[in-house]
Design a protein around this ligand. Structure first.
Ligand code: CA
Length: 225
């Protein structure tokens, strides 16, 4: 599952071309034409990566990345730059930016670079599960909805983490009982109650989908199917 990418690009032609290629490759794309909106989007939507054009109105791409890092946000960043002196700035600031492409670039090259950035980010991020606005830090057993920490019971936590490990896969209540509670053949109602509690705590963007007559899946769209 490639996941959501936040794109900051003020050239509409470049923005729509990049969006087209990323979408084809299975990524979700949230595009913004100015740096402040992109910064807010990365902080609240928790994308798998951000693609930041450096020459942006308001906050430039480097400033967006700097502010993310200041807040402890480690979202992988791929810069897009039009000028050599910008490359020097990126490298000189040691922002923990993961790579850059120079304009003009081919969309294929950009997608390939993005994949490389995501591969490199994975070892650090291995225990971080994200879907929609929800992220789960498995090692520290902490859960966030957007920027807010959500407090779950141990069972709610295990159920959420279990579902988020396999986005899109539909689990029956019995499968969930045996995977999370450690026994099969219990009451499916137990699962229903915990999913309802999770939805209540995670709020409107809870990425949990009810698949009628079957069970549940982690799905960014949430709701019922
Ligand atoms: Ca630009």
């Amino acid at each position: 599952m490639p996941g959501l990418v936040v794109l900051a690009e003020d050239d509409p032609a470049v923005s729509s071309l990049v969006r087209l290629y990323l979408t084809r490759d299975g990524f979700g794309v949230e595009a913004h034409a100015d740096g402040a909106a992109a910064l807010q989007a990365v902080l609240t939507r928790r994308p798998v990566a951000a693609i930041l054009d450096i020459g942006l109105p308001g906050l430039d791409g480097i400033e967006v990345c700097r502010r993310l890092r200041e807040r402890g946000d480690r979202t992988p960043v791929l810069f897009v730059t039009a000028r050599d002196d910008e490359v020097d700035r990126i490298l000189g600031l040691e922002l923990g930016a993961d790579d850059y492409v120079t304009k003009p670039f081919s969309p294929r090259e950009l997608v390939a670079r993005l994949h490389a950035v995501l591969r490199r980010a994975r070892p650090v991020d291995d225990d971080l599960l994200r879907l929609g606005p929800v992220s789960v830090d498995v090692t520290r057993r902490r859960v966030y909805a957007g920027e807010d920490e959500v407090h779950l019971t141990p069972t709610e936590f295990d159920l959420l983490a279990h579902l988020l490990r396999t986005p899109g896969r539909v689990w029956t209540r019995d499968e969930l009982l045996s995977a999370v509670w450690g026994y099969g053949g219990g009451s499916g109602r137990t699962v229903d109650v915990h999913v309802a509690q999770l939805r209540g705590k995670l709020g409107a963007g809870a990425p949990l989908r009810t698949v009628r007559g079957v069970g549940y899946a982690a799905d960014e769209r949430g709701g019922d199917l």
